[in-house]
Design a protein around this ligand. Sequence first.
Ligand SMILES: Nc1ncnc2c1ncn2[C@@H]1O[C@H](COP(=O)(O)OP(=O)(O)OP(=O)(O)O)[C@@H](O)[C@H]1O
Length: 314
Amino acid sequence: MSEEDLDDDIGLKPGVIVESSKAKYTIIKLLGEGGFGAVYKVHETNNKEKCYAMKVERKIETRRHSKLKMEIMILKVVSAERKQSHFTTIADRGKKEKEGFFFLVMELVGKSLADLKGARPDKVFSPPTGLSVAQQCLEACEDLHKYGFIHRDLKPANYACGIKDKHIIYILDFGIARKILNEKNELRAPRESVRFKGTVKFASISCHKNVELGWKDDCESWFYLLLDLVVASGLPWRRLSDKHEVQKVKEECRTSKRESMIGSLKCKEELGKIMDYIDSLKYPDRVDYHYVYKLLEEGAIVCGGSISAPYDWE
Ligand SMILES: Nc1ncnc2c1ncn2[C@@H]1O[C@H](COP(=O)(O)OP(=O)(O)OP(=O)(O)O)[C@@H](O)[C@H]1O
């Protein structure tokens, strides 16, 4: 690989070969670009059948936290807790000192939930698909939480279905995750004030208020994700971008605007219980995920389906 194969944004061109200590990978195409790097589809140079996703991050000496390092740390510790893991496996990793970037080679997954939803005629999933997909999204979150991490950026774009088995949902992008347990497995003391992190549309109210986030805040973002997947009119604050205005509407949705958020759904009672439960939690509280899974299952039945039915895209 020469310097010419890179532009300012680590734009690795198709055909470029990136070499680690154990294998060579050929860039096929760009899958997406983020703030600090990009994700490419690659194949093993010697075997076109072996395709992966390669996440690349530019090395910047002044940056305190490498997003890729956090990603690698999490994917290494979060082993398969279930029959089928919701985490991609790491195939390889390396750094290119001269070109100034780090890379992670991982299992390739399919379309993101945001793309799958966008491809539907009415831009939402049927409630049984939405509730079942959301259950898998929360399972992924539960597994991450077990290891003392919180994700802090849960949204449909950060989950994707599998390639071989399109019924499996994977969680992606741990770039701004945080470990909230210390070495002794005790909860870290909350900081006085915290800078806003994540995505305005899916941020928890505590995040808007610059308060320390805990497990329950991932659950609140997950709840907005669930509504985004199934409510045809979308989240009530979908057209707002100002953080303060979004916070105000999120707060009103707990009182006067509750109907506008979940009222259109047949399973509004079950979802209302989930929201009230999440809202009752405080920073140090652990989450009773099984209480939520049970309500999701009941909600799917109320909507005339089943949590175990095939998905809209299957
Ligand atoms: N393992 C994977 N397989 C296939 N596509 C992937 C994989 N990981 C990430 N992607 C895709 O690459 C794109 C960017 O991924 P990701 O969100 O992880 O990167 P990012 O640089 O942190 O982005 P952002 O800063 O916007 O959150 C997304 O479209 C995502 O769906």
